[in-house]
Ligand binder design. Structure first.
Ligand SMILES: Cc1cc2nc3c(=O)[nH]c(=O)nc-3n(C[C@H](O)[C@H](O)[C@H](O)COP(=O)(O)OP(=O)(O)OC[C@H]3O[C@@H](n4cnc5c(N)ncnc54)[C@H](O)[C@@H]3O)c2cc1C
Length: 382
């Protein structure tokens, strides 16, 4: 079924980007998975071809492109299993903070480098003691003259080793009457003294991606690096998390489709009891069900993307898409692994990494339980 979300120009862009992924990205994936991080050359090449920060206005080197182009990049990267290089984290999750809330000076200083791939972005929200409960963070940013001094510990930070510029979530006014008004966002360059990269964490999945600890130890940041207004950090996060959740949903459907496509090929080849396992009714029913769910999920996620592009408030729908699509991705990976039999458990069969990579999708960008809380609250359920 032709998707109505995209027009001919999008399709052309997809073809170009798919070729880029096949030539420049796919050959690098095994190396990333081995080293536990992507490489700067890949980012530089993506920047050179205009695939980073395409949404940035032309005046900062971007293309002023709308979100559907980014969605194509996310889909193709997920379908290629290029999870090590989180283009969407850089372009669609972090960069929009700078574009929406940054001062003119900040934009001029950082955005061109983000578009070219010289400046890679990350966001430091989560702490060892606070993930879902963002208002419970302990990191402090204390104003001293024309600087802020940051102290605290962050964990699970994507791009933690390779990143150059981080949006750090910190409390500027821990005594604020409302906890939500205590939080501010600061841009911290990774080579600032006191910004300390900790361990690259060993993980179940996303093995090509450098999830890390970050420590802030008397890290002095110019006051000019405050993003937006002091005390407005929580609201800025709430504003931008909608797009983050849509990004995850978009990638999840593409990943589920990849697990499904590979398994359809596998079951046609694998023989048991003198026939391809595709002939068993169980195989057919499982794959027919998954194919149906992928199409149903795609239709909903496409509708959410379209509404987001139109500028509608889709907070509930983005949360629905995030929990439902990631749940589907996990089920698809598990069902498809089962259809691979013992081979599905072997690292050399990508379905095994699909299974491991899917696990985190329901956890980050707000856990699926938090998504359901958001939906319930918007239903007036408290
Ligand atoms: C690979 C990876 C990459 C990540 N990248 C980043 C990053 O770049 N930047 C960043 O800041 N963070 C990042 N994170 C962190 C991620 O966003 C958090 O792990 C996530 O928000 C959950 O927080 P937590 O781990 O502290 O779990 P907790 O908040 O402790 O949750 C534990 C369990 O309790 C449930 N729970 C918590 N509160 C409620 C509630 N009110 N109602 C019902 N259930 C609840 C949760 O749903 C979950 O099942 C990453 C995590 C991973 C694993």
């Amino acid at each position: 079924m032709r998707r109505t979300l995209f027009d001919d120009e999008h399709d052309l862009f997809r073809q170009q980007f798919r070729r880029f992924v096949a030539e420049e990205i796919e050959p690098r994936i095994p190396g990333w998975n081995e080293r536990g991080m992507s490489d700067r050359e890949a980012w530089r090449l993506a920047g050179e071809h205009g695939y980073l920060g395409a949404c940035a206005p032309e005046v900062y080197g971007g293309a002023g492109a709308e979100f559907r182009y980014d969605a194509i990049i996310m889909e193709e990267m997920a379908y290629a299993r290029a999870h090590g290089m989180m283009i969407s984290l850089h372009s669609d999750i972090c960069l929009p903070y700078v574009l929406s809330f940054g001062s003119e000076e900040q934009k001029q200083k950082y955005v061109p480098g983000c578009v070219s791939g010289e400046i890679l972005l990350g966001i430091c929200m989560t702490e060892p003691g606070a993930g879902s409960d963002l208002q419970g963070i302990q990191t402090r940013a204390e104003r001293r003259g024309d600087h802020y001094v940051l102290n605290g510990a962050k964990t699970f930070i994507s791009n933690g080793q390779i990143g150059d510029l981080f949006i750090v979530v910190a409390k500027t006014d821990p005594e604020a009457e409302k906890a939500s008004q205590a939080i501010s966002l600061l841009l911290v360059e990774a080579d600032t003294p006191g910004f300390v990269r900790g361990r690259k964490l060993d993980k179940l999945g996303l093995r090509g991606q450098d999830t890390s600890e970050i420590f802030l130890q008397d890290c002095r940041v110019p006051a000019a690096n405050l993003l937006g207004e002091e005390g407005r950090g929580f609201y800025m996060l709430m504003d931008k998390l909608q797009q983050e959740r849509i990004c995850i949903a978009v990638a999840s459907i593409a990943s589920a489709r990849r697990s499904l496509d590979d398994t359809v090929s596998y079951v046609k080849e694998r023989q048991a009891f003198g026939q391809p396992i595709a002939r068993f009714q169980n195989t057919q029913f499982k794959l027919a069900e998954l194919a149906t769910e992928v199409e149903v999920g795609q239709a909903f996620v496409d509708a959410v993307v379209a509404a987001h592009v139109r500028g509608e408030d889709v907070v509930s729908e983005a949360s629905m898409a995030k929990w439902w699509a990631t749940d589907l991705q996990k089920r698809a990976a598990a069902e498809c692994l089962q259809l691979h039999g013992g081979y599905g458990f072997m690292a050399e069969y990508p379905i095994s990494t699909d299974y491991a990579d899917a696990a985190v999708q329901s956890i980050y960008a707000g856990t699926n339980e938090i998504m359901k809380r958001i939906i319930a609250r918007r239903m007036g359920l408290g």
